[in-house]
Design a protein around this ligand. Structure first.
Ligand SMILES: *Cc1c(COP(=O)(O)O)cnc(C)c1O
Length: 365
C-alpha cells in the first residue's frame, strides 16, 4: 500500500465511549454518558414525527441541495438561501473547506487546544498547521493574527471552544476580523452557539455582512439533539458557499436528516427550554465543583472542563467503573476532565461518583 505520506501517522478519531460497550465490558447495568456533548433531553418530538412520516420515501434519493430546509433556515437566520450549505454534520463542512482550499504547504492557524477535526483535515490535505496556545483556556486572537503569512489560507476559531468551553466576545472578535487580511478565510465554529447566554457573545451570523471572508459553522447535533442523523451547516458569502458546493458529494445529507432538522428548527420553544435547563445545569455543577474545591473554566456551551488535580486519565477510568463516561486525555490539560452538562439527576450521579473517586484516590496517594 502507498498512502499519501501526510496521512501515515494520522491518528484515528477517538470518540466518547459508547454506553453499550461500557455496559458490556464492565458488567454495569446503569451507565451515564457525559462524554460527547449530546443533548440529555433528546430531540424535539416533532423531529421524531417528521422522520416517521419520511419513512415512506426511503427508496427515493434526497434533494441534494436540501432546498426546503435551506429556505426555512435562511428565514430563521435572516440570510439568503445561497448563503447556506448543509453537510453530513458540520464535521463534513470542515472537511469540504479543507478539500476546497488547501494545497500542500498552505498554512492554517488554530488554537492549541481546540476541536481536533480542523487539524486532521488540514493534515489530510498536506496543509501546515500552526497551533497557537490558548491564554487561560481562551483563544489568543492577537497571537493568532501574528502568525498570519502569505501562505495562510484559513484561521479556525471555535466559539465556544471545545474542549475548554470558553468564548471570545464580540469586541475581541470584531477587532480580530478587522485585522485579518481579506485573502485569509476565518471559520467561526459555533456548534454550541444556541447554548450561549453571555451578553458579550456575538452571533457570527450577524457579522457575515461585514466580513466577506467569514464562514460560520452550526449543527443540529448539539442543542437540537439530532447527532445520530448527521446534519450541520455552513453560512457564508455566496462565492464561498459555491466553492464548497463544488467539492460536495451529490447526496451528502439524508432525507431523514433533512426532515428532522426542518421539524426541529420549527420548534424553537424546545431549543429555548434546553438552553434554560443547560444554564441551570452549569450552575449546579459549578456549585458542586466549588464545594469540592475544584476549579473549572467558564462554561458557555453544554460542557465543563474541570481540573480534578490528579491524572485525568485515572479519574476517567475510575468514573467509568462507576458507570459515568466523561472525556480525558487532553494533551495540554492532563489533570482536566471534560464533562457534558446532563440532566439534574445525571449531574448528581456524576458528582457523587466524582467525589467518591477523588476521595479514594486521595487515600491511595
Ligand atoms: C460537535 C462539534 C461539531 C460538529 O458536530 P457534527 O455532529 O459533525 O455537526 C463541530 N465543532 C465542534 C466544536 C463540536 O464540538
Amino acid at each position: 500500500m502507498n498512502p499519501k505520506p501526510n496521512i501515515v501517522n494520522l491518528p484515528v478519531y477517538k470518540p466518547g465511549k459508547p454506553i453499550e460497550e461500557v455496559k458490556r465490558e464492565l458488567g454495569l447495568s446503569e451507565v451515564i454518558k457525559l462524554a460527547s456533548n449530546e443533548n440529555p433531553y433528546g430531540s424535539s418530538p416533532s423531529a421524531r414525527a417528521a422522520i416517521v412520516a419520511e419513512l415512506d420515501n426511503l427508496s427515493v434519493y434526497p434533494d441534494g441541495s436540501a432546498a426546503e430546509l435551506t429556505s426555512a433556515l435562511a428565514g430563521h437566520l435572516g440570510v439568503k438561501n445561497d448563503n447556506i450549505i448543509f453537510g453530513c454534520g458540520s464535521d463534513e463542512i470542515i472537511a469540504l473547506i479543507a478539500r476546497a482550499f488547501f494545497l500542500p504547504g498552505d498554512e492554517t492557524i488554530m488554537a492549541d487546544q481546540t476541536f481536533s477535526v480542523y487539524k486532521s483535515n488540514a493534515d489530510i490535505e498536506g496543509a501546515v498547521t500552526i497551533e497557537v496556545p490558548l491564554a487561560s483556556g481562551t483563544h489568543d486572537l492577537d497571537a493568532m493574527l501574528a502568525c498570519v503569512s502569505d501562505r495562510t489560507k484559513v484561521i479556525w476559531v471555535c466559539n465556544p471552544n471545545n474542549p475548554t468551553g470558553t468564548i471570545v466576545g464580540e469586541e475581541a472578535l470584531t477587532t480580530f476580523l478587522d485585522s485579518v487580511p481579506n485573502h485569509v478565510m476565518v471559520v467561526l465554529d459555533e456548534a454550541y452557539a444556541e447554548y450561549v447566554t453571555d451578553l458579550s457573545y456575538s452571533n457570527g451570523i450577524q457579522l457575515l455582512e461585514r466580513y466577506s471572508n467569514l464562514v460560520v459553522l452550526r449543527t443540529f447535533s448539539k442543542i437540537y439533539g439530532l447527532a445520530a442523523l448527521r446534519i450541520g451547516y455552513g453560512v457564508a458569502s455566496p462565492e464561498i458557499i459555491k466553492l464548497i458546493n463544488q467539492v460536495r458529494e451529490p447526496f451528502n445529507t439524508s432525507r431523514l436528516a433533512q426532515a428532522a432538522a426542518l421539524a426541529a428548527l420549527g420548534d424553537q420553544d424546545y431549543v429555548q427550554e434546553c438552553r434554560r435547563l443547560n444554564s441551570a445545569g452549569i450552575i449546579q455543577l459549578q456549585r458542586e465543583f466549588k464545594r469540592l474545591g475544584l476549579e473549572s473554566f467558564p462554561a458557555h456551551g453544554n460542557f465543563i472542563m474541570v481540573d480534578v488535580r490528579k491524572s485525568a486519565v485515572d479519574v476517567f477510568d475510575s468514573l467509568l467503573r462507576k458507570g459515568v463516561i466523561v472525556r480525558a486525555g487532553h494533551r495540554l490539560y492532563p489533570s482536566y476532565i471534560r464533562v457534558t452538562v446532563g440532566s439534574t439527576e445525571q449531574n448528581i450521579a456524576f458528582v457523587t461518583a466524582l467525589e467518591q473517586v477523588l476521595s479514594e484516590q486521595g487515600v491511595r496517594a
